[in-house]
Ligand binder design. Structure first.
Ligand SMILES: O=C(O)CC[C@@H]1NC(=O)NC1=O
Ligand SMILES: [Fe+3]
Length: 396
């Protein structure tokens, strides 16, 4: 059991009603929780570690990843460089389906082994909570295999893994022209099996012309609601179908990508308390030109989260710090918005209230940085100033 006070630190609590910054502050850890924090001299009693003015933030939250998958899409990367766009590749049977073949062929052990190096990259930059989706198996057993592998990552490393069911990611060849049957026999039947095995924390889908429609996603969300599972959605990534409005109407956790969302979507998400998850890695990789409506999100008060969207096709990115830099440079988010995007708002996009902020009673998942100026985290490109990471109160 940890009993430790971190002293002489520059603390960013990142809570809505918390001080913006505590200079020369202290934070007391008891067990796996934050017991107290404040400014001035640290309270007497117990071991103290002087941080020499270093910056302390919540451990980072990556609220949108496809971290578990088989194979690689480097060849497709070349195709894009030869001029094919994402939808052309998808319609030519490439894209997601080529990763499906590799994932179906991989064992659960193979999936864990190939995901661990990607996970270690995120942990090395101070991540403490990571969401992992299914979506490359597209049979009940292969989707369950993916989520079992995801759960194992949380046992193999000091990290909290949150899972999402994403069977509605693509229509496999054996269901070509039979989307409704796929939804019934795989997406819904598999969701029930995953829930029964304790493998799923939220339900997601790819709502897009090359994937699933709003009514089709609504059918899956009906079952999520019956099972008491929250929902989220890949929405308005390549077009405007109304996925964000569906998330808002269902009281969902987040609408993700949202490049093609509009002011009405921003207002609906804000009213529903749902986050907009911006994914600059996919925007950058696809050389997208449609910017997400950041001004509308600001105007509406929609919480903006950021995530790597780590996936082999459109965002082979395993750096939240680079994600922050991309969001600032490409989407014009401020460094403060970027840091909130991978902490408090990332937690919000996952429906988590016990992390992503520093306050008494919350998890002692912390990142200590060898910098004093928070903007350095967003400003630097390819620089990792992590000094130490605490997970459940333990330095790791
Ligand atoms: O190409 C892949 O493997 C996943 C792409 C990823 N999935 C999705 O729904 N949108 C994306 O950009
Ligand atoms: Fe994604």
């Amino acid at each position: 059991m940890t009993d430790l006070t971190l002293a002489n630190a520059t603390i960013l609590p990142l809570g809505e009603d918390a001080p913006r910054r505590i200079e020369r502050g202290w934070l007391r850890i008891e067990g796996d929780r934050i017991a107290a924090l404040g400014d001035g001299p640290a309270p007497e009693g117990g071991p103290v570690e002087d941080l020499g003015g270093r910056l302390v933030t919540p451990a980072l939250v990556d609220c949108h990843t496809h971290l578990v998958y088989g194979g690689s899409r480097a060849r497709e990367f070349e195709m894009r460089l030869e001029g094919a766009d994402y939808e052309e590749i998808a319609r030519a049977g490439g894209g997601i389906l080529s990763t499906v073949t590799a994932t179906r062929a991989a064992s659960e052990d193979d999936l864990v082994a190939s995901a661990l190096p990607r996970l270690d990259c995120l942990l090395a930059e101070g991540a403490g909570t990571i969401e992992v989706k299914s979506g490359y198996g597209l049979t009940v057993e292969d989707e369950l295999k993916m989520l079992r592998a995801a759960r194992r990552l949380g046992r193999e490393r000091p990290v909290r893994i949150v899972t999402s069911w994403l069977a509605a990611h693509a229509l496999p060849p054996e269901y070509k022209g039979r989307a409704e049957a796929y939804i019934d026999e795989i997406a819904i039947a598999g969701l029930r099996a995953a829930h029964a095995e304790g493998l799923v924390d939220a339900v997601d889908g790819f709502c897009e012309g090359i994937a699933f429609s709003v009514p089709q996603m609504a059918r899956i969300f009906d079952v999520a609601d019956e099972l008491g599972l929250p929902v989220k959605l890949h929405a308005e990534q390549l077009s405007h179908l109304g996925g964000s409005q569906l998330v808002a109407a269902r009281g969902g956790l987040s609408a993700d990508h949202v490049e093609h969302a509009d002011a009405a979507d921003a207002a609906a998400l804000a009213r529903a308390g749902a986050a907009a998850v911006l994914l600059p890695g996919a925007f950058y990789t696809l050389r997208e030109t449609q910017m997400p409506p950041v001004a509308a999100f600001r105007e509406a008060g929609t919480a903006m989260a950021l995530a790597t969207d780590c996936n082999p096709g459109t965002s082979p990115l395993t750096s939240l710090l680079l994600t922050m830099n991309m969001a600032a440079t490409l989407f014009r988010l401020t460094p403060d918005e970027c840091l909130r995007g991978v902490t408090a708002n990332g937690a919000r996009a996952l429906g988590l209230t016990d992390c992503g902020r520093l306050a008494p009673g919350l998890r002692a998942d912390l990142a200590v940085w060898d910098i004093a100026e928070p903007a350095e985290l967003t400003y630097r490109i390819g620089f990792n100033p992590l000094h130490a990471r605490y997970f459940e109160g333990c330095k790791c």
